[in-house]
Design a protein around this ligand. Structure first.
Ligand SMILES: Cc1ncc(C[n+]2csc(CCOP(=O)(O)OP(=O)(O)O)c2C)c(N)n1
Length: 367
């Protein structure tokens, strides 16, 4: 029903919770009672604290780089909340919150951004693919996973995340085509945060919406206010339910805004104004849930100060655990790409070992 009503060609988008914290209660999913909503809000706050700490860690030289999720908390949490344990979550690199919700530890996510590849080694039962830096390549892996569900007669759904810039890649179109042709149980979730580094959304495509790209591949697409936890939740609930019921793929375009830099290596003041950022702060996804909960007497400034402090403490502990777990083994650059190392790489590996030995370092870090 949702999909027909919000035809992407009509450029309408689903919105339920206003920036002022007013909810259209008629649209509120019945299972999202106050307790469930408070839980999702709590996850958004945890994510923001984890993000803010990561920025500080990087500035202090304790993390290589980081891609913040600031401003995209509703898109992260409202979507991943719908996944069951057996479902697969396929991230790009701006899904810290979604990955946490699916069971990846912050310690591992931090470890990845600290440059240690063990940070990509998630417990198998968690069913989250590693963070994927090559833009949009994860869309093909994700469709492969959902095709596997079909072939094996399993009931899992695959939720694939990508950015607006990712929709310009051939990989995305191949993945969409495959999903449509084979009617795989796939949900494509575009976090349209308006930028691919410095390139604005308007320079990515001449299509009026990103959601309408689904039409070309024979399945539904919908635009939602990506800063609205309820709209993201509701659209993802329908998309996941359709996919699980064997009705094929669909696409969600969550319209959000990246409030932070692209990564810690980026200076956004070079391509967007302070005034634009100030305007966008009014649409902060976290603030509007908080306002709603405040109006219902469920949170207040004291509870929120405590909550933020607790989550910051948790993030700091996870950072310390990550730092304690760092181990760099240059051999691993070579070890996992081929079953048998080609001679030219075997030669490079031996050279690397000789080089480190001469410097007095073992392949496992400082001697
Ligand atoms: C194949 C490839 N090309 C270029 C890059 C460099 N790069 C990293 S992120 C990015 C922009 C991605 O934009 P978008 O898909 O909108 O995601 P966002 O970063 O906004 O979340 C680019 C071009 C890359 N990582 N991979």
């Amino acid at each position: 029903m949702l999909w027909a009503e919000y035809d992407p060609l009509a450029n309408r988008r689903l919105a339920i919770l206003s920036p002022e914290g007013q909810m259209d209660e008629g649209w509120r999913p019945s299972e999202l009672d106050d307790e469930a909503l408070l839980h999702l809000y709590d996850r958004m706050v945890a994510l923001r604290q984890a993000d803010l700490l990561a920025l500080n860690l990087q500035r202090a030289g304790r993390m290589g780089t980081y891609a913040p999720t600031l401003g995209q908390e509703a898109a992260n949490i409202g979507s991943a909340a719908l996944l069951q344990a057996e479902d697969w979550l396929v991230p790009s690199f701006r899904e810290t919150g979604a990955m946490l919700l699916k069971g990846v530890s912050l310690k591992l996510i931090y470890l990845y951004w600290m440059g240690c590849e063990w940070g990509s080694h998630f417990p198998e039962e968690v069913r989250v693919l590693p963070i994927c830096a090559p833009v949009s390549t994860q869309t093909l892996h994700g469709v492969g996973l959902s095709w596997a569900a079909q072939l094996k007669g399993e009931n899992w759904v695959t939720l694939i995340y990508l950015g607006d810039g990712g929709t310009s890649k051939g990989d995305f179109h191949e993945a969409m085509n495959f999903a449509g042709t084979f009617q795989t149980p796939t949900v494509f979730f575009i976090q349209n945060n308006q930028f691919a580094i410095s390139v604005p959304r308007t320079r990515q495509t001449a299509s009026a919406t990103l959601a309408q790209k689904a039409i070309a591949y024979g399945f539904p697409g919908i635009q939602v206010d990506g800063n609205d936890l309820m709209a993201v939740y509701l659209a993802t609930r329908e998309a996941v339910a359709r996919a699980r019921a064997g009705q094929g793929p669909c696409l969600i375009e969550a319209q959000t805004y990246r409030m932070g830099p692209h990564t810690t290596a980026d200076d956004p003041t070079r391509y967007r104004s302070e005034a634009e950022l100030k305007t966008q702060e009014r649409f902060d996804p976290l603030l509007r849930v908080r306002l709603y909960l405040e109006n219902r007497g469920l949170v207040n400034p004291e509870t929120e100060a405590t909550r933020e402090a607790q989550h910051l403490k948790w993030a700091q502990e996870q950072a310390r655990e990550a730092e304690a777990a760092i181990s760099y083994n240059p051999d691993e650059i070579f070890d996992y790409h081929f079953a048998e190392l080609p001679p030219y790489l075997a030669e490079q590996k031996a050279y690397c070992q000789r080089f480190l030995a001469a410097k007095g370092e073992s392949a496992h870090g400082q001697a």
